[in-house]
Design a binder for this molecule. Structure first.
Ligand code: ADQ
Length: 480
């Protein structure tokens, strides 16, 4: 089988056997090990001068990483990727800014990375590129004459055409995306937004089998909802339940109920609205005073992007204000923990809580929602309150689905979750575990790669047919 080449902005710092490695990284790594291959991307380091990739081999997988110069980092990563694309794709174009220089930097870095990858490629490799940092990566490889099959998976939402059009070079970006052979999205909605753009602007058309003819190319588009390994998470959550930190949280609850939220600190995650809906619960249902706490775990990210500094101040302000309003000597309504936890420990903390509170304003999938369900004790599971704007909402039929812009609805859902009878919690939990198992992380990866391999096979069949036809044409006609 052909080698797999994975390209992502960051190469996951995998230390094999370490339980802290994220699920996604493990899933991608498993695919790489199956066929052998290369994982290529930024090392996470800022360097004085661009240099050749550093290669590290582990078994049949090579990690190829490159550093970014300060200018590249500022323009490509901090700038166009995270200050333009990220907010707009999460429907926050009010927070988005556009700077031509940054866009030029984004294109330059993609071109530079493509040139570096080219030196590592073999003719029959298949290439799988990840996420919004890399929208034009295939186009840059094609310019260098690379004809290998290239697939792309977008981890974040793809916005409706009118929102996409607020990014000034929208047309160039979409044309560039059509240089991939397979373009994968988290949900049917995201996929449809992409098709809508192509069709409404008259750039092409789609057929029933999700093939798209656009910008002179034929590509496959598909929804490949990312999953987790639910049984491994269930096991880890149970095993880590007797860890010191879990015990001390359990002791500190002293019979109180626990609502738990875990996110990266990001404005797309709806943290302020979440706190305010909890405040509304405290106002409307004073019977819960002293009987329930909200624990929000949210380590800061992207602190060098200005909007991320503001969200942190804002959130700390809200937690302080709400606690000031309701706290008692022996009860803090909101505990806001600004740090990262080891993965398995986090799963055990999720298991301890009675309510998972996952209410992003917009999210590609949201793996925490899935992890929350998987980490529960099936005999006494917690209930999940989940935003309708997380991709995961399509796949978790047992969740209490809310609109995160409706604080009253969220506060009612919290109350319902806190009071939900055991039999209903068990039924809802079972109802969610089944699809999580059926569509686990391997299914996500295998279905994407199988579509990419089909494209590769179809291309090689066409190539062989073309060769045979040409040879046939040259041969003298056989005598009758
Ligand atoms: P993220 O926006 O990072 O991912 P999410 O899907 O929730 O969002 O994944 C976060 C991961 O980080 C989860 O596995 C979670 O357990 C872990 N994590 C979060 N907070 C943590 C903490 N305090 N300590 C330790 N670990 C923590 C992007 C998209 C999502 C999409 C994923 C995968 O924005 O929509 O689901 O990619 O495709």
């Amino acid at each position: 089988m052909s080698r797999l080449i994975v390209v992502s902005n960051r190469v996951a710092p995998i230390q094999e056997g370490k339980p802290s490695a994220g699920g996604l990284a493990i899933g991608v790594l498993d695919a790489l090990k199956e066929t052998g291959g290369v994982w290529f991307g930024w090392s996470g380091e800022i360097v004085g001068e661009a240099a050749d990739p550093v290669l590290e081999k582990s078994g049949n997988v090579t990690y190829a990483t490159v550093g970014l110069t300060r200018r590249d980092y500022d323009q490509y990563y901090r700038g166009f990727s995270n200050a333009t694309l990220w907010p707009t794709f999460h429907y926050r174009n009010d927070l988005s800014r556009f700077d031509r220089e940054e866009y030029a930097g984004y294109m330059r870095v993609n071109a530079g990375l493509a040139a570096k990858l080219k030196t590592l490629l073999k003719d029959d490799d298949i290439i799988w590129v990840h996420d919004y940092h890399m929208l034009p990566f295939a186009q840059e490889l094609r310019k260098l004459g690379i004809a290998n099959p290239i697939g792309f998976f977008l981890h974040i939402p793809f916005p409706v055409p009118e929102m996409m059009r607020t990014v000034p070079p929208y047309e160039e970006l979409i044309a560039a995306m059509c240089q991939y052979d397979v373009v994968g999205f988290q949900t049917e909605n995201d996929k449809q937004s992409f098709i809508d753009y192509i069709e409404r602007t008259g750039r092409g058309h789609s057929s029933d089998d999700d093939m798209l003819q656009a910008f002179g190319r034929t590509l496959k588009v598909g929804a490949y909802p990312i999953g987790i390994y639910p049984d491994a998470i269930a096991k880890a959550a149970e095993q880590f339940s007797n860890r010191k930190q879990v015990k001390s949280l359990r002791d500190s609850m002293r019979g109180r109920k626990l609502i738990m939220s875990v996110d990266r600190l990001d404005y797309s995650k709806g943290l302020v609205e979440r706190f305010q809906a909890f405040e509304r619960l405290m106002l409307n249902a004073p019977g819960w005073h002293g009987r329930v706490s909200l624990v929000q775990i949210a380590p800061p990210t992207r602190l060098d992007v200005q909007t991320y500094q503001r969200i942190r101040q804002n959130l700390e302000g809200e937690a302080g204000r709400i606690n000031g309003r309701f706290a008692q000597l022996d009860w803090t309504p909101i505990q806001y923990l600004n740090r990262k936890y080891e993965r398995n420990l986090l799963m055990a903390l999720l298991r301890l809580s009675q309510v998972g509170y996952v209410t992003p304003l917009r999210d590609g999938m949201n793996l925490v929602a899935k992890e929350y369900v998987a980490s529960q004790d099936p005999e006494d599971p917690g209930a999940l309150v989940l935003s309708q704007f997380a991709g995961a909402a399509d796949q978790l039929p047992g969740a209490l689905v809310v609109n995160p812009f409706d604080l009253s609805q969220m506060s009612e859902a919290l109350e319902r979750a806190l009071s939900m009878p055991l039999a209903e919690r068990q039924a809802r939990h079972a109802n969610m575990m089944a699809p999580l198992r059926e569509n686990n992380l391997s299914v996500w990866r295998d279905s994407f790669l199988s579509d990419l391999r089909s494209v590769a096979n179809a291309a090689s069949v066409t190539e062989k047919t073309v060769k045979t036809v040409k040879q046939g044409a040259r041969r003298p006609a056989a005598k009758a």
